[in-house]
Every structure is written in C-alpha cells, then in structure tokens.
Design a protein around this ligand. Structure first.
Ligand code: NDP
Length: 489
C-alpha cells in the first residue's frame, strides 16, 4: 500500500520534533508533523525554558542583598514584570523559529493545526483533509490539571503564569510537586507574597526525605508561607469581601467571571493569562483567606482525550497515557508514542531520547530501547535539588546500604551570616560498594548532578569517589571527602 508519508508525527514538542528530524534527516524518511499550538511544545513555550529564565530573574534580589552584605553599595529596586515578559516573548518567538527551521531543513512537512487519528494509518487534520502514513507517532505531551471543585477555573495553571499582565501582590500555590515548589521560589524572589498549601506531610513526594526536609526549611527561611497537611476546600470570587482592598493586579486582570462552572467537574484549563483574582479560599484547617491569585500546580495529565486513540483500540493506562513497550510501540503496531503522553518519566531529555530511539529503531536500522534507569534530574527551587538513582527510603527496601551525608552552611553565605545550608548525600550498596543514589541540595545542584550523574551511571563505587582528589574550596568537594557513613541499614 502507498502512503502519503513514512511517518506522521502528532505534536511538535521535544520528543516529536527529535523523532521527526532524525527520521527525515538520518533515516531518509518522508515525514510530516502537525502541531496545533506553538512549535517547541511545553518545554520551550510554557515550561522549562521560560521557567528557568524566571528563576534567573528571581535570583537577583538575593544576589543584591549578598552584595550589600559583602560591602557593595547596592539595592535591587523594583522589578519591571512587563519588560521581562516582553523580552521573554521575543526569546520564545526566536526559539520557536529555530525549531521550525530545523524541521524544515530536515525536510519535514509542517501542518500548523490539530491532527487526530482516523484509522491506524490515517490522520485527520482540522482543515478536514486526511493524510496517510506507514507509521504514526503520538507526541502530544501533557496538560496541567486542576482539582475538580467548584470555581476551580478561578485558579491559574502553570501555562498562565508567563502571560500574566502584572505580578499579583499575593498568591496561593496549591500542590507540593516540582511546579508548585519551583514557582513558590520564583514568585517569592520576584517579590510576591507566597503561601503554599500541600496536602501531604512533606513537599516533593518521591524525592529523598532529608533533601525534601531541607528544601522545605530553606523555602520557609526565604519567607514562603508553607502549610503542610493543608488543602483547599472552597474558593470563590472575593469581590466585596471585607478583608480585602482592590489592588493594581485586580485592575490589570479584571474580576473573574461568576461561578458558572460550579458543577464540581474538573475545570478546563483557562485561556493563557486568564483572570484569576481576587479569590477567597477556605482551607482544610478551617482558615479563610483572600489572595490576588491562586495557582494550581496539582499535576499534569497526558494529552490523549479527543485524539481518537480508544476507537482504534490503542491501549490507554489509568491516567489516559498511551501504553507502550520498550520501543515506544503501542498496542496498535503502526502507532507509536513518546514523551509525556506515555507518562513514563516526564522530563524533556527523556522525551528526546525516546523520540531519537524510536527514529533509530524504525528508520535507522538500529533497534534501540530507551534506558530509563538512573536518569538524573533537578528541581529548580532555591536552593536547587539535584538527584539521581535511589532515595535512601527506596534503597532500604531492596539493598543493604551505607548512607553518607553532610549538611553545612557554605562559605559564601556563612561569611555574611545567612542561614542557607546545603546537603550532599550518597547512598552506597554495602556489598558491591556501588553508589545507588546521590542527592544534592545546593545552589547549582542541577549542574552538579549532571556531572556526578556520569560517574553514577558508569557504576562508580564509593572508593572511586574517594580516589578522586577534592577541588578546594568548593561546596561539592564533599562528594569525595565523606569518609564515615552516618547510617547503615
Ligand atoms: P507533580 O505530580 O510533581 O505534583 C503534583 C502535586 O499536586 C503533588 O504535590 C500532589 O500531591 C498535588 N495534588 C495532586 N492532586 C491534588 C489535588 N486534587 N488537591 C491538592 N493537591 C493535589 O506535578 P507537577 O504539576 O508539579 O509537575 C508535573 C511533572 O512535570 C513533574 O512530575 C515532572 O515530571 C515535570 N516537571 C519537571 C520539572 C523539572 O525537571 N525541573 C519542572 C516542572 C515539571 P501528592 O504528592 O499528595 O500526590
């Protein structure tokens, strides 16, 4: 049978773009890609990239304070959010064009519209036309979800943050995961009064307990009003609420619409930059407060609804993710999926690896399974958390371990009597001496974990680290100087 294309990719994010480029440029395949939003996907347009630029922006007031404590005459002044946002928009436009050009250069045909599946080899485009392909790759990513509660539409999701017309004076962040903690630190750094409600006993569930504890302590020390074991139970527009006076943010955002979707269903994501405040909220502990804005950072879901996958018999998991094998093949042989839509490890570099491995397997003549073991990652809180491998809690379940851990005030900020502490932790398997996990809480921990991650991935033992001479004076020299385990288990 003749097809229009060898490969049709649905989704122009990290995973889809990589797969399309490699299949076209190296695999000499005839490739098309459809993207309904902006080229680059979540990471480039409304995730990692703009988030990291906001992290940089938010760190300056702290640096200015440090400079002053070191003897400089310095003060930060006001932050010009519209100016930053304009610059950000220009940068994202540039990056989007880079992605587009790279696809075009590789010979990929781009459709700037939504695509859904009509049959295992046919894609239907929003303009009503159809295209056939020997292989179809679903790389549709994920989307933020709000909890299902009345008035949930009043709250923003992470997509909305980058388009806010002005910064709110106060914000409630709901959630305790990556996005909640990163934005709590960013907005706090930018001068917003941040309150965070997390329903569990400690933020960053799934990460090493000691690292979680230190991040929470540092976030509080910076002024974030973090409430654990606390969730939102009710929310409503606060117009006329006696506790609250109108602010500049209200004028810029406009008052929220009425509580028309109070049916109790999960609210759809609001349009970007949607109005969100002022909002009255009631918490599980009975407290009632008013915030200029609420941000739901309550998780993300795979973007599968409406794609037509179920009708074709493509097996979906409990969260709606496409279930795939080690080669990213779904239960329908011509349909593959990579990235967040598969809900494996939802990180950009993993999606890129999955997209590349798919293209190598199908078009490069090299059957390549993605290695999801020992993936380093970072949470861009302040300080950052870098992590690879097993947490102490996970390692205890299956191994005899030694735990090496140190936490101290680094020279740079101890000198000016600031409370910052860092943490370096190694989980070592007692018998083989292999490093099973490494957890770092420190400024630049994302950079550090990338480096130590190479050694851990290579199977480094504790003795390999011990043989490495320290670089002095650095904070990370502790990774090679810890001599005695603090615990064995
Ligand atoms: P996470 O799954 O990390 O966190 C979701 C948080 O919301 C959890 O604390 C969860 O609580 C809480 N939650 C879920 N449902 C509710 C509810 N109904 N009411 C109250 N709280 C709720 O999701 P994120 O949105 O933060 O991030 C999504 C993914 O994106 C991450 O898992 C990560 O893979 C990726 N990401 C990676 C980044 C990085 O690499 N630096 C940065 C940002 C995102 P509980 O713990 O109790 O379930």
């Amino acid at each position: 049978m003749d097809f229009d294309y060898d490969l049709f990719v649905i989704g122009g994010g990290s995973g889809g773009v990589r797969a399309a480029r490699i299949a076209a440029a190296e695999g000499k395949a005839k490739v098309a890609l459809a993207e309904e939003s902006r080229m680059g996907g979540t990471c480039v347009i409304r995730g990692c990239v703009p988030k990291k630029l906001m992290v940089f922006a938010s760190e300056y007031p702290g640096l200015v304070d440090e400079a002053a404590a070191y003897g400089w005459e310095a003060s930060a002044g006001a932050f010009d959010w519209p100016r930053f946002r304009g610059h950000l928009a220009t940068e994202l436009d540039r990056l989007e064009q880079v992605y587009r050009r790279n696809l075009e250069r590789a010979g990929v045909t781009i459709f700037d519209q939504r695509a859904t599946l009509a049959d295992p080899h046919t894609v239907r485009l929003a303009d009503g036309t159809a295209r056939t392909a020997k292989h179809i790759l679903i790389a549709a990513g994920g989307r933020p979800v709000r909890p299902s509660m009345p008035n949930a539409h009043l709250g923003m999701v992470s997509d909305d943050i980058f388009a806010m017309p002005s910064l709110p004076k106060s914000i409630l962040i709901v959630g305790g995961g990556y996005i909640a903690c990163e934005f709590a630190c960013i907005l706090n750094g930018l001068g917003v009064e941040v309150t965070q409600y997390y329903r569990g006993a400690q933020i960053l569930r799934g990460f090493d307990d000691e690292a979680r504890g230190l991040i929470a302590e540092m976030m509080r020390a910076q002024g974030i009003d973090l409430h654990l074991g606390t969730n939102l139970v009710e929310m409503a527009p606060a117009e006329g609420h006696p506790e609250r006076q109108p602010t500049e943010f209200d004028a810029a955002m406009g008052m929220p619409a009425s509580d028309s979707d109070a049916a109790g269903h999960a609210a759809p994501a609001a349009p970007r930059g949607a109005p969100s405040g002022p909002i009255w909220v009631k918490a599980t502990n009975g407290s009632e407060r008013v915030f200029d804005a609420v941000l739901f950072a309550t998780g993300r879901a795979p973007n599968t609804p409406g794609l037509g996958l179920e009708d074709l018999g493509v097996r979906l998991g409990r969260n709606g993710q496409v279930v795939v094998d080690a080669y990213s093949q779904s239960s329908v042989p011509s349909i593959f999926a990579v990235g967040d839509v598969t809900d494996r490890i939802n990180l950009t570099p993993v999606a890129i690896r999955e997209g590349h491995a798919f293209a190598d397997t199908i078009f490069g003549g090299r059957k390549t399974a993605v290695d999801h073991d020992l993936v380093p990652s970072a949470v861009f809180t302040q300080p950052e958390l870098g992590t690879i491998g097993l947490t102490e809690e996970q390692a205890r379940e299956a191994h005899r371990i030694e735990v090496y851990c140190t936490s101290f005030r680094p020279m740079r900020t101890a000198f000016i009597d600031r409370p910052e502490r860092v943490l370096f932790k190694l989980i070592v398997e007692a018998d083989t001496r292999r490093v099973l996990g490494c957890h770092i809480v420190a400024p630049g921990a994302g950079e550090l974990i990338q480096m130590i991650g190479v050694a851990v991935k290579m199977g480094a033992t504790k003795e390999d680290l011990d043989r490495t001479v320290a670089v002095h004076p650095t904070i990370s020299e502790e990774l090679v100087t810890m001599r005695t385990p603090v615990r064995t288990a």
